[in-house]
Design a protein around this ligand. Sequence first.
Ligand code: FES
Length: 177
Amino acid sequence: MDRNMFLKSCGVACVSGAAITALLEGCTSANYYAKTLIAGNKIVIPKTEFEYVDDGQKINRQFVLVRSAKNKYPICVHNNSTGQSIGDYNTAEKITAEQKFADHKSAELSTANTPYTALLMECTHKGCELRVNGEYLVCPCHGSEFTNKGVVQNPPAEKNLRTFIVTADNENIYVEV
Ligand code: FES
């Protein structure tokens, strides 16, 4: 089975109900909702929320989900620094408003100065809630697929995902909503 066929069948499985929960869990990464604070228009995520201990080993999460009162669906905050510990990012990183992207090309630039991206998990085709599958976000409704930077990879969606400005300091990540 090629990759697209797998993702489509995974999507069908994801909407088929509780009876196949085990299959659903097998085709998506574990979703973790981070503990957050609100400061003005920012969601504050402690960097430690990207870490957990398993069998005595510290593991870095690739992504966490956060809820925003302003949005129907969660926001996926992805750590693109695979292979580096969170502590490697000790300098403040900032994406300016000019770096917000509107097309595929600028989308790739938007993460140049920070390892984090924040994406609204709402499919740009017909508004279904996306699921995280490794480095991709996949729509269970009609199979659209997006990168962890929000760039559409597979139709029927044609537009990139909505993104949020992300800043970070030594301790926290700030998502502007
Ligand atoms: S709503 Fe996501 S592909 Fe149609």
